[in-house]
Design a protein around this ligand. Structure first.
Ligand code: NAP
Length: 287
């Protein structure tokens, strides 16, 4: 069985790493806040003191970090991933980052003699727990094949999209759509509420027709109750919209609706809602 390293034990990383242990992989872990390693060491993982030590102990190291700044710092910082890379080692970054960040990380890993795969995921906390993520991989095909058993322990659908950057771009397109859908649901519920419609009935009507979808079904009742237990932090959704808008700028693609959605999420951040679930953007719509 391969030795796997895991860096970044947040909302997503912890259940993903847990599924790797359950699948029988020998796991070495690191997290910036060391206490979060405890859930994994209780299951048999070994916690070490730096990303470099994770890479040194592992055939393949996986990262699941907050944003481009975190992903680049962990890769290229002191005692970072690159410091531990040797020929034959693989690094897979599953964080949602900009394509240019993925390319910069890929170059740094390759220059150090390693192999790189980006593999951002679609699917939130529950699919991470259930091992049913959609994995959007791109980069080193050989590493992709080698890592298949590990990726299969975390995901139900595993795509190979080509050159590094294509995974990041696919992920940003998906979250642009999701961010827009969420703001429209929240505005619809807010307008309906002011017009005297019952939110349960609005949700029932939406769920009965062509716009029915699992996200509305799952988040709708919670929004109606004003409850926002964090599965996907609002601050990360705003980060993804910001990155998607940058991508639109690079390709000259107007993104009218995404730009409007981004303003709502920025306002929500300004209201201190960044750590709540991204559905808390509803608070902005209700004002
Ligand atoms: P999270 O709970 O906020 O976890 C973020 C992780 O990054 C934590 O381990 C955190 O360490 C670490 N980190 C942040 N800044 C760092 C730095 N400068 N140096 C080292 N480590 C740093 O986020 P998450 O929800 O698991 O999401 C992780 C990634 O997956 C994000 O890119 C997100 O956009 C993406 N994603 C999330 C979801 C979701 O539904 N949650 C779904 C798909 C994709 P500490 O513990 O020390 O803070």
């Amino acid at each position: 069985m391969q030795n796997i390293g895991f860096i970044g034990l947040g909302i997503m990383g912890t259940p993903m790493a847990t599924n790797l242990i359950k699948a029988g992989f020998k796991l070495t872990v690191w997290n910036r806040t060391p206490e979060k390693c405890k859930a994994l060491t209780a299951l048999g993982a070994t916690a070490v003191a730096s990303p470099r030590q994770v890479v040194a102990a592992s055939d393949i190291t996986i990262a699941m970090l907050a944003d481009p700044a975190a992903a680049e710092a962990v890769c290229q910082g002191e005692d970072g991933v690159v410091a531990g890379i040797r020929a034959g080692k693989g690094y897979i970054d599953m964080s949602t980052v900009a394509p240019e960040s993925a390319k910069a990380i890929a170059t740094a890993v390759r220059l150090a003699g390693g192999r790189y795969l980006e593999a951002p995921v679609s699917g939130s906390k529950k699919p991470a727990e259930e091992g049913t993520l959609i994995i959007l991989a791109a980069g080193d095909r050989g590493l992709f094949e080698q890592a298949k058993p590990a990726l299969e322990a975390m995901g139900k659908k595993i795509l190979f999209l080509g050159e590094v950057g294509q995974g990041a771009q696919m992920k940003l397109v998906v979250n642009l759509v999701m961010g827009g859908m969420m703001t429209m649901l929240c505005e619809g519920l807010a307008l309906g509420g002011k017009a005297g419609l019952a939110s349960e009935q609005i949700l029932e009507v939406l769920d009965s027709g062509a716009v029915a979808n699992p996200m509305f079904r799952m988040k709708g009742p919670l929004i109606a109750q004003g409850r926002f237990p964090t599965a996907f932090p609002l601050k990360h959704m705003q980060k993804d919209l910001r990155l998607a808008l940058n991508l639109g700028g690079q390709f000259g693609q107007p993104l009218h609706t995404a730009a409007a959605a981004n303003e709502l999420f920025k306002a929500a951040l300004g209201m201190g809602l960044g750590e709540l679930d991204f559905s808390a953007v509803s608070r902005v719509c209700e004002r």
